[in-house]
Design a protein around this ligand. Structure first.
Ligand code: TRP
Length: 357
């Protein structure tokens, strides 16, 4: 019996820090759930991390952390391909080739680029508000501040990650959907220019249901490493409890059935993700009849979070200590990723007229 070809799923994560609960519920746990049914490829985007010029030692350490965290969360190297982006040099070459069909205007209009360039230039959100002013800021004068070209071509590199593997399903967060849209546009453009049907258009992976938004501990917004409001998978119990106990709340419900403030609603969201329905119901009732003590809620929440993170943390530590194992996993991952990448690259070179004599 021949097995039907599994669809290719690919997702990457930049190596800029440890993974947190938002990554776990928003991505890792879902990756684990689909690894039997799809041809899954998960990689650490260390070249993308270079766009913000990290300290080299830190970058290297972070790559290792993330691989260990992927594995500890349950991604199985016998089922999924786990690799490091820079272990696939074909990506760098195809990035050069694809850039010849990417416009600097469309890259400059990308939301993520504008945000990052603004930061690099030290601009406030009300300075250089429209696209004309923004473009002038970047090309107009030499202020000594620099927006590096890698930041501009970030979407090209991401498109290549996807297209070189011919992945069609790409689980990403909302902030990455524009990059996925650009990837489709680049693929269409390439195919049309050369009159080929070489690069398939990728789409966001639809896990069904509402996307999970994991809030931070600081009262507003989602958990994110740049927000400083994270619970990390690697957090030690003591530190984790302390963080949760310090989470922002309010002065408590003043009358029965009051609406919830955002900070308190966020704690309930975290409790729903990590606790059992009866515990959640208990605290909801306590909130409704004003008997709730946020200290009790936080204590419970911390323990429920620890129930999830403790086995993962222990596995992370074991894996981090086993360099041989990590090396084996990554060597195998790189080999598999390169197999497909070199095939696509050869096709792309051929189509573009880069041929051997
Ligand atoms: N840009 C993505 C992020 O910051 C990471 C990434 C790089 C990626 N290449 C990718 C995600 C390819 C999916 C597919 O989250």
């Amino acid at each position: 019996m021949t097995e039907a070809k599994k669809e290719i799923v690919l997702s990457g994560i930049r190596s800029t820090g440890n993974l947190h609960l938002g990554n776990y519920f928003g991505a890792l746990r879902k990756f684990v759930a689909i690894q039997d049914d799809y041809d899954c490829n998960f990689f650490v985007a260390d070249l993308h991390a270079l766009t913000t010029n990290p300290d080299p030692r830190e970058l290297h350490a972070n790559v290792k952390n993330i691989v260990a965290e992927y594995l500890a969360a349950g991604i199985d190297p016998d089922k999924a391909t786990i690799f490091v982006q820079s272990d696939v040099p074909e990506v760098a070459e195809m990035y050069l080739l694809l850039n010849m069909h990417v416009g600097i205007g469309e890259l400059m209009r990308t939301v993520s680029f504008k945000d990052k360039a603004r930061k690099a230039l030290g601009l406030g959100s009300n300075e250089a508000e429209n696209d004309d002013d923004f473009a002038k800021e970047i090309v107009g004068r030499d202020t000594g501040k620099r927006v590096n070209a890698g930041l501009l071509t970030y979407p090209t590199l991401m498109a290549v990650d996807i297209l070189i593997q011919k992945a069609t399903k790409v689980p990403v967060g909302k902030d990455q959907l524009q990059h996925l849209e650009l990837t489709r546009r680049f693929a269409r453009r390439f195919n049309a220019f050369y009159g080929v049907d070489l690069l398939p258009e990728p789409y966001d992976f639809d896990f069904g249901g509402q996307p999970i938004k994991v809030p931070g501990l600081d009262g507003s917004g989602k958990m994110g490493k740049s927000e400083g409001n994270c619970i990390y998978l690697i957090d030690e119990p003591k530190a984790l409890r302390k963080k949760v106990m310090r989470a922002v709340t309010d002065e408590g419900p003043q009358e029965p059935n009051s609406p919830m403030s955002e900070p308190v609603a966020n704690l309930f969201t975290l409790l729903e993700l990590t606790s059992t329905p009866d515990v959640v119901a208990h605290f909801r009732e306590a909130y409704a009849d004003c008997s709730i003590r946020y200290g009790d809620l936080k204590k419970q929440l911390a323990e429920d979070i620890l129930n999830i993170t403790t086995p993962i943390r222990e596995r992370i530590n074991d894996i981090m200590a086993d360099e041989d194992y990590l090396r084996r996993v990554l060597a195998r991952g790189a080999e598999r990723a390169r197999e497909r990448a070199s095939k696509t690259l050869a096709e792309v070179r051929e189509v573009m007229g880069i041929r051997k004599f």
